[in-house]
Design a protein around this ligand. Structure first.
Ligand SMILES: Nc1ncnc2c1ncn2[C@@H]1O[C@H](COP(=O)(O)OP(=O)(O)OP(=O)(O)O)[C@@H](O)[C@H]1O
Length: 354
């Protein structure tokens, strides 16, 4: 067998870890690279003491392979991401047969956008709050694994408990059940994962979180990362989604990307529940003059062109940002923005989407 990732993994499967299993079956091997005779990988996901004890044996096992010139095994110091109290978040995905329902949840709705920064997370949190205010039992999953913003927007920062070391108990804020990968990692810690690890983490967020811990949910809102990448693809293919909401600003560039997101949902067979125009109208708080900084009406026009429902427009409002930054979504209060969210929530309920 010539030197390859597979031959290295095969050798690693033959190494017994001090506390049982082997490094591959225990999912401890990350970022394995084989270039010519040079083998490099990161070992993480067990205690530092166990990894330090196993490292020389692991290196020797790889070095004994034909064609190996050098072996570099990196054991990061400090606890691995997702380690510490409770379950480890971030693993390779486990095989599953077809799209799975989320236990304890009646409807699952993804909120996506083509372009970043158009307000998808703001819309997700406020819509979750507005639906909860309308009497629905709502969950909010922050699937924006590279840039989780729901802990800040919903004002939660406690690490979720895990009584059995596997099940994760979500938190509650503003009447909404909340879970974010950001709650499992240190705030300033970057997530440096390749696609499979991201997909495994998402699978954990959907399968290991006890979404019905406070009672069964009417709807789980999933705040997606921007774009049309691995996470969106995995979610649509592996989870029984009831539909997707696409958020865009009226600006041409944002709309162009929103069309890509819509095309992705269409091709993956995820029904689009509707489109939302965010940052639509700016009303000057001093003189009441209405301005359209990013244009106006582009999203409803696109919805009409595609024959998709238009759910409504949301104003560009300083209060929205301040409330989001303060962890108290604007939909928890009164005023134009809160009313706009209540209107969209009503439409979703009337359409039977929730
Ligand atoms: N209608 C609005 N009025 C004023 N500010 C807004 C509005 N919507 C969003 N914002 C602000 O714009 C910024 C980006 O919003 P948000 O993080 O929700 O966007 P996103 O599309 O989720 O971004 P990302 O691409 O990072 O996931 C935030 O500071 C937010 O408070």
């Amino acid at each position: 067998m010539s030197l390859s990732k597979e031959s290295v993994l095969k050798a690693l499967r033959g190494v017994a870890m001090p506390s049982g299993g082997d490094p591959v079956s225990r999912d401890l091997v990350r970022a394995l690279a084989v270039q010519g005779g040079i083998v490099r990988f990161v070992l993480e996901g067990a205690s530092e003491a166990e990894l330090a004890a196993a490292k020389p044996v692991i290196e020797a096992a790889v070095r004994s392979l034909e064609g190996v010139e050098s072996v570099t095994v990196v054991v990061p110091s400090g606890p691995a991401k997702g380690m510490g109290a409770g379950p480890k978040i971030g693993q390779h995905p486990t095989p599953q047969a077809g799209p799975q329902a989320v236990e304890g949840v009646r409807h699952v709705i993804a909120v996506g956008s083509g372009k970043g920064g158009v307000g998808k997370s703001t819309v997700s949190s406020n819509l979750a709050v507005a639906l909860a205010r309308a009497g629905k039992r709502v969950g909010l999953l922050d699937a924006d694994i590279y840039g989780p913003s729901q802990p800040r927007m919903m004002g939660v920062n406690k690490r979720p408990a895990s009584p059995d070391g596997k099940t994760i108990l979500p938190l509650q804020a503003h009447g909404v059940v909340v879970m974010s990968i950001g709650l499992m990692l240190k705030e300033d810690e970057a997530v440096i994962w390749r696609g499979p690890m991201l997909m495994g983490a998402l699978q954990q967020m959907l399968g290991q979180v006890a979404w019905d811990h406070y009672g069964p949910l009417d709807v789980l809102i999933i705040d997606l990362p921007p774009g049309t990448g691995d996470i969106q693809l995995t979610l649509c293919q592996k989870t029984r989604l009831d539909g997707a909401i696409v958020v865009s600003t009226p600006q041409d560039v944002a709309l162009l990307d929103a069309k890509k997101a819509l095309d992705m949902f269409r091709r993956l067979g995820t029904p689009v529940i509707g489109l939302i125009e965010n940052m639509s109208t700016y009303v000057c708080p001093n003189c009441g003059h209405e301005a359209h900084l990013f244009g106006h009406g582009g999203v409803p026009a696109e919805a009409e062109r595609l024959g998709l429902p238009y759910l409504g427009e949301l104003p560009l409002d300083l209060e929205v940002r301040l409330a989001g930054d303060a962890g108290q979504p604007v939909a928890t209060g009164e005023g134009a923005a809160s009313e706009a969210y209540a209107g969209i929530a009503r439409k979703l309920i009337e359409a039977g989407a929730v």
